[in-house]
Design a protein around this ligand. Structure first.
Ligand code: GLU
Length: 327
């Protein structure tokens, strides 16, 4: 008995000594980081999950434990990252631009100087979903209708307002605007409590599938006549919603609209080693990453450096320079 105990003790001493000689494996401290996403039926939520899983696989190497959570969306995520409540956030490229320059929701608080870009992800399109029985075939038909334009804190709210104003509709006077979260909108549409909703999202998205798969027949409405927006704002570009993902919708042709990009952001206060590790894992396993959601189909290392306004975080920059993606 005594002998066995001595043996165990000896083994422990050897293990401790050995680990002392290889500090990268003996790191007792784990750095915990969290990613802010969006509603669980959007694309941000699985994106946060994909990034977190990728880095957690290498916990022994990096000493990073990453979680992800559902939030109100882009604007919420920027503010939570700036407040230090979250380390990372998925944020629309237009919202990143506005936060960096102190526009829109950041007009009174001013430019968010601690905001840093990491990389960009999938394209997102401003998606207008309407009930067939409401007779909405174009954005101008929203006049007098009950429409969810997006919750405060979401990315889509400003996109809806911009699109409505571009066609001469006042969101406050010309329609009955609701401000519920995107995850709730499909249910409200199916229950007949709203006529339409806007959602700026990658495709396919669970929310749009849910909205188009119910008993109430639904159309994805083209957003035309917004050329002024595309000229005025550098972050908006024409986009096409692929209808192959939504067989339940009554229209079959791909739907023209405008869009932005999802981006991954952090704060200057997040350690360089953490941002470096996450960037490296995503880029070095990009082919695997791309299999995790069909919205990532078109991603390339080059495209993932586009659509960023805030300066690159030094950890991301270090990886991109090492990988020859930046000089
Ligand atoms: N674009 C939305 C937002 O910024 C979120 C979309 C998603 O969750 O995929 O609020």
């Amino acid at each position: 008995m005594m002998r066995q105990a001595k043996l165990v003790l000896a083994c422990l001493v050897v293990i401790c000594l050995a680990s002392g000689l290889t500090p990268q494996f003996s790191r007792a401290r784990t750095t915990f980081v969290a990613i802010g996403t969006g509603g669980i039926t959007g694309v941000y939520y699985p994106t946060g999950g994909a990034i977190a899983r990728m880095i957690n696989k290498k916990k022994a190497l990096y000493g990073i434990s990453c979680s992800f959570e559902s939030t109100g969306g882009s604007v919420f995520n920027v503010n939570a990252v700036m407040a230090g409540d979250l380390e990372f956030g998925v944020v629309q490229s237009d919202r990143q631009y506005q936060a960096w320059h102190g526009l829109a929701e950041w007009k009174t608080r001013g430019p968010q100087k601690d905001l840093r870009s990491v990389f960009s992800i999938h394209p997102e399109s401003v998606t207008l979903v309407a009930a067939q029985d409401a007779g909405i075939r174009g954005i101008r038909d929203l006049r007098g209708k009950r429409v969810n334009i997006g919750n405060p804190g979401s990315g889509q709210r400003q996109n809806s307002i911009d699109a409505l104003r571009a066609v001469g509709l006042d969101p406050e006077k010309d329609l009955r605007a609701e401000g519920v979260k995107a995850a709730e909108a499909p249910g409200l549409l199916q229950d007949g409590r709203i006529d339409a909703f806007f959602y700026t999202v990658g495709h396919p998205s669970g929310a749009i599938k849910e909205a188009t798969a119910g008993a109430r027949k639904v159309r994805i409405v083209p957003i035309r006549g917004v050329e002024t927006l595309l000229k005025k704002y550098p972050y908006y570009a024409p986009a096409l919603i692929p209808m192959e993902f939504y067989p339940g919708a009554i229209n079959r042709e791909d739907v023209p609209t405008f869009g932005v990009k999802a981006t991954f952001v952090t704060s200057i206060r997040v350690p360089e080693a953490v941002v470096y590790a996450i960037t490296k894992e995503v880029f070095e396993n990009l082919e695997e990453f791309k299999t995790l959601h069909p919205a990532y189909k078109t991603l390339t290392p080059k495209s993932m450096l586009q659509g960023l306004t805030a300066p690159l975080h030094p950890g991301a920059r270090r990886y991109f320079e090492e990988a020859g993606l930046l000089r």
